[in-house]
Design a protein. Sequence first.
Length: 185
Amino acid sequence: MAMTSSLSSFQSREELNSRININNTLASTLISFRKNNIVKTVSYLLVLMMIFIIPLGCDSDNGSDHDDGNAKSFRFGMHFDASGTEDFIAKTSDPELIDIIAAELENPPYQRFLHIHGRIERGNDGYNLNWSWHFVSGEWDLAEMSIEVCDGTPSYVEENLDEWLSMQDSFCPWDSYVKEEVVNE
C-alpha cells in the first residue's frame, strides 16, 4: 500500500526510478565532495606540520645549552648551610632567567627567596662541583613555590640518586638561593 501511494504522486514508475537515480547521484556526489574535502584538509594539515612543526624537532640544540657560548653559570647555596658544602652550580643561556637571577643577586642573601626548580640528570656535566648529578641546562627556572615531593638537599639527592631519578627527575630545594655568578670555572 505504501508503494502504491508513493507511486500515485508520480506519473509513472519511470519517473519514480528517475528521481531515485537523481537522489542516488546527488548522494554519491556529496559523499565524494566530503571525501575530497577531508583529503584536502588532511593534506593541508600535513603540509603545515612539515613547514612548522618538523623543523622544531630538527634543532641541534636539543634543549641543552652546555656548549652554548652565551651560557652563564651560577652557584647556588642553601640558606641553612653557612659552610657551602651543599653548594651546586647550574647553567643557563635563557636571557629572561639571567635577568631574574641578576635581580635576585641585587638583594642580600637573606632576601633571596626564589629557589631553583628543574630537571636533573646523572653526571656533573663537567661543571657541577663534586656532585654526580646536574640541572639540565635550559630545563630549570627559579620559583617562589614548588611541590614538596621534589624538595630536598643536594647531599640527600647525591646519597639517593638512583632512587631519586627512578621516582622523579625534578629537584626543587626550597632552601636554595642563587649565591653568585661563576665567572671562571
